[in-house]
Design a binder for this molecule. Structure first.
Ligand code: SAM
Length: 440
């Protein structure tokens, strides 16, 4: 058969546009400019700044030159600023970051739910730097150079920026970065490493996500390094998801909230900002206001961060969590604290409720703290129960899914009484929100 030559469609040359004015920040902290009636998002720019930008696939554009500085601009202190995708708002003063986050939540609530709270809460805020007690580092093995890159994803890219320091990491974790990279580069497992998680709870923990079994030689080197450190423990997460300490004697890590100790297995979810976690749990208790006769339902409970504190003031708590290891740990944490009015259930909250504890239960108050996907299904199921809870406290790490879910509650007759941000991730565009809904 005859073959016809078909030229590839020519790529449009990237257009460089001069003198655009940044009019606002979008929900991901990027400056918004308009060109030919189209909006483009430009990272590292602020409202009021005039810029030259290279237009990419809409709505992306890249900063080429900035003609002036917004009064809200500060010098970003991180040496990886502009390359690392981590702290994308560090050029904005911390107060302006918080104001921006408040505004994002307000706009999304208006857009998706036509809703505003009766009262905006003052943002819960803590240390702007060195606040992270947990981070996940990405790995890439360069076959030809036989070299491991360990760091965070670059801006708008899958590349990894090798980190020697990180100003938002708690000091003991940041101090590990250079040595850890050196150590891992010497090991056979570097070629197949999935990722590395760093935790400070209370002492540093390095969790290595393995995709192949660890060989004896690597194990010996890891043990030797661990031995030479002051209270750093290495844990291994194997390809079958089992997690175990490298040295059998390592105890489970733990953190404190409301004067109670909560243990967890490395790899389990814990709040990334320990300083603010305490304030967040306190505000959740104030808003939920558990009374001795209250039966509380908690959804997305983790290992009991809110559960134990709520149970101490209420008649009972049913805590639902999708990860069975975490559910069992929650039960152990409750026992350890001498709290007996908690029952824990492992269930997928993204599917139809089937468990009799949920379907037959009658709950006065609900607290939920879902992952970024939000809780649409869980709230739909909750609203089908014959007895609706009087009060719902929603803790969210994604303002868009929160606004969507808020609409569901508003349509079911709940009023949004309080809402406010928790500045859990300063220097980044990520937004944690808390809200309290009351049945009419
Ligand atoms: C944001 S974390 C909050 C955990 C806990 N409230 C805390 O403060 O530590 C969300 C939790 O939801 C759980 N989760 C995620 N998807 C789930 C699902 N489909 N069903 C049930 N739980 C889920 C995760 O395992 C995680 O523990």
């Amino acid at each position: 058969m005859a073959q016809f030559f078909k030229p590839k469609p020519k790529l449009k040359p990237r257009q460089s546009i001069q003198n655009l004015t940044v009019s606002a920040l979008d929900h991901q902290g990027r400056g918004v400019v308009r060109h030919e009636q189209r909006a483009y998002f430009v990272a590292n720019t602020l409202p009021g700044e005039r810029i030259d930008a290279i237009l990419q696939k809409p709505p992306q554009a890249q900063l080429k030159h900035r003609h002036n500085d917004s009064p809200a601009r500060v010098d970003p202190p991180c040496p990886y600023y502009g390359r690392c995708g981590g702290c994308d708002l560090q050029h904005l003063t911390i107060n302006d970051q918080r104001e921006h986050k408040d505004q994002v939540v307000s706009e999304l609530l208006q857009k998706f739910a036509q809703l505003q709270p009766q009262q905006w809460a003052t943002p819960l805020a803590g240390e702007p730097w060195q606040y992270r007690q947990r981070t996940r580092l990405a790995c890439h093995w360069h076959k030809r150079e036989r070299k491991l890159t360990l760091g965070l994803r670059a801006q708008q890219s899958h590349d990894i920026v090798q980190l020697q320091q990180c100003p938002v990491l708690s000091e003991p974790l940041a101090a590990l970065l250079p040595e850890l990279s050196q150590l891992l580069n010497k090991l056979h497992l570097a070629a197949t490493l999935g990722h590395v998680e760093l935790l400070a709870a209370p002492h540093p923990i390095v969790l290595l996500r393995l995709t192949t079994p660890v060989i004896e030689q690597d194990r010996d080197q890891l043990l030797e390094w661990q031995h030479a450190q002051e209270s750093v423990a290495i844990w291994l997460q194997h390809h079958d998801n089992q997690v175990a300490p490298l040295a059998e004697s390592s105890p489970l890590p733990l953190y404190q909230v409301h004067s109670r100790e909560l243990s967890f297995t490395p790899g389990d979810f814990i709040q990334a900002n320990s300083g603010l976690n305490e304030a967040m749990v306190t505000q959740a208790l104030e808003w939920l206001d558990p009374q001795p006769q209250d039966r509380i339902l908690e959804l997305f409970a983790g290992t009991g961060n809110f559960t134990l504190a709520m149970a101490a003031a209420a008649a009972s708590v049913l805590a639902v969590e999708g990860d069975s290891r975490m559910t069992m740990q929650l039960q152990r944490n409750a026992r350890q604290a001498g709290i007996t009015n908690i029952s824990a259930l492992s269930a997928d909250l993204n599917s139809t409720w089937w468990a009799p504890e949920l379907l037959m239960g009658s709950f006065d108050k609900v607290l939920l703290d879902p992952a970024r996907a939000g809780a649409q299904q869980a709230l739909t199921e909750l609203l089908k129960l014959p007895n609706r809870p009087q009060r719902i406290v929603y803790v969210s790490c994604a303002p868009d899914t929160f606004a969507r879910d808020a609409r569901l509650l508003a349509e079911a007759g709940y009023q949004l009484q309080h809402c406010g941000i928790v500045d859990m991730f300063p220097q980044t565009h990520h937004i944690e929100t808390m809200a309290c809904f009351e049945a009419h």
